[in-house]
Ligand binder design. Structure first.
Ligand SMILES: Cc1cc2nc3c(=O)[nH]c(=O)nc-3n(C[C@H](O)[C@H](O)[C@H](O)COP(=O)(O)OP(=O)(O)OC[C@H]3O[C@@H](n4cnc5c(N)ncnc54)[C@H](O)[C@@H]3O)c2cc1C
Length: 428
């Protein structure tokens, strides 16, 4: 009997939108698939702001990777931090674990926030990328109100109840709108000494308008909708300095105990691992089939890849791009393994973009068709419910949203963790 041929090994680094999609598309085709992620869960980042503002619990927006891939018997999941790739030896190094060899490698490690050369600001401001970040923001937000209730000093109360959100993209808009609703509706009747509704929420955007990737009409609507929620929108307002007691923005000092960073992204260091050209944001410059120049067997996708569309515009850092990349790269690898001709170059199908502002308010851009207000919000809700991984999460989120819509209540208001984070006299 002839010895069984060795199955080609595909390593996927990162179980985000791109990595999970690629893993699912590759399964069932006789490959040996190894998926490595530094966490044990796939995170639905578009709803992170709801966990950060006490609307949803962490387990509502994330699922264990093993559970998602349980039925894919050829796929092994490893929790580990990839620290490098030796492209000559075709091995991936995992911290405290060892090396794993591959025939094909898919880099799907995503992006982080960029602090624009001021990494020291990360000590004072919290970004929103992981479940831990969302937990920190929630703790800081809720603690600020608790501390304020216990104080007598008006200046310190005002500092605690001033929330600065930096960056007027979708995440900054969602977060500031949600903080405003938390303060003005959810918490409004629960305190006796302070008025939560008097909290000051300032959204700072360096550019001339919010949601720069959307048509100007929708940006204007978003600014008006946020203003009606009581968010101070500051355009052309670049943050110049952040310290333990507040920020300097466009030449003005604002005292604040809570600064949330939602500006700029930077790809994770995959390009440096394989020693190839990186774009200005650190992403790997890939060929039209998402492979890495000089390394036909290595692919990069999603936020860690830099690829222009047919009109020469770089593809945006969106979940939809990562998902379509993931499906496409799986197809390329399956064609190679089967000796079939490759598929045509990657083409992004833009199905439209959505951003939510608050209860019953959102914007949607489908090119010629643009929606705003309640219809856009309803669409946003349905799309996000549909895209969430797992029936349990969909059901729980649907119930939470329905409850919140009718009652303004939020179910995840417990403060847990070692530090409350927004102490009245924050040490420098
Ligand atoms: C707060 C927020 C809101 C967003 N809202 C939207 C939205 O509404 N709509 C939309 O389309 N997009 C949204 N995005 C962007 C979208 O989430 C990203 O474009 C998408 O997640 C990119 O997918 P990816 O697979 O490239 O990377 P990710 O989904 O970020 O996944 C990367 C994975 O790699 C893992 N990883 C990273 N480094 C290593 C390492 N060294 N070793 C092992 N594992 C590693 C990470 O743990 C992670 O699981 C949002 C992003 C954020 C942060």
């Amino acid at each position: 009997m002839p010895a069984e041929a060795k199955r080609p090994r595909v390593i996927i680094v990162g179980a985000g939108f791109g990595g999970i999609t690629a893993a699912r598309a590759l399964a069932g085709h006789g490959l040996d698939i190894l998926l490595i992620d530094r966490t044990n869960h796939h995170l639905f980042q578009p709803l992170l702001y709801q966990t950060a503002t006490a609307a949803l619990a962490p387990s509502d927006i994330a699922s264990p990777i093993r559970v998602i891939l349980r039925r894919d018997r050829e796929t092994t999941v490893i929790m580990g931090d990839v620290t490098g790739v030796d492209a000559a030896r075709r091995v991936v190094a995992v911290k405290d674990t060892g090396e794993f060899g591959y025939d094909y490698l898919i880099l799907a490690t995503g992006a982080d926030y960029s602090w624009f050369g001021h990494d020291e600001w990360a000590r004072y401001a919290t970004s929103l990328k992981t479940l831990d970040d969302a937990g920190t923001i929630r703790r800081r937000l809720l603690s600020a109100f608790e501390w304020a209730e216990s104080l007598n000093e008006p200046k310190e109360i005002a500092r605690l109840l001033t929330f600065i959100v930096v960056g007027g993209g979708p995440t900054g808009v969602e977060l500031s709108g949600s903080i405003a609703e938390l303060a003005r509706s959810t918490l409004a009747r629960d305190f006796r000494r302070i008025r939560p509704g008097a909290a000051r929420i300032v959204l700072c955007e360096a550019g001339p308008r919010l949601l720069a990737a959307f048509p100007p009409r929708l940006s204007d609507y978003t600014a008006r909708a946020l203003a009606s929620l009581g968010v101070e929108v500051r355009l052309g307002a670049a943050v110049e300095h952040i310290d333990a007691r507040g920020v300097s923005v466009a030449g003005q000092r604002i005292e604040s105990a809570n600064v949330f960073w939602c500006a700029g992204t930077e790809a994770r260091p995959a390009a440096a691992w394989i020693g190839v050209d990186a774009a200005h944001n650190g992403a790997v410059k890939v060929r039209p089939d998402c492979s890495v120049p000089g390394h036909d067997e290595i692919f990069a996708l999603g936020d860690v890849a830099s690829l222009a569309d047919r009109d020469g515009k770089l593809l945006p850092g969106l979940a939809a791009v990562a998902v379509q990349h993931g499906r496409y790269v799986a197809k390329v690898i399956l064609c190679r393994v089967a000796g079939r001709p490759p598929p045509p170059p990657f083409r992004y199908r833009n199905l439209g973009t959505l951003a939510v502002i608050g209860r019953s308010r959102a914007v949607a851009d489908f090119g010629r068709l643009q929606l705003r207000g309640f219809p856009a919000w309803l669409l946003w809700s349905l799309v996000h419910l549909f895209l969430l991984a797992g029936y349990r999460n969909r059901m729980v989120v649907y119930l939470n949203w329905s409850w919140a819509w009718f009652t303004y209540g939020r179910g995840a208001r417990l403060i847990t963790g070692a530090s409350h984070g927004a102490e009245p006299t924050t040490a420098a």
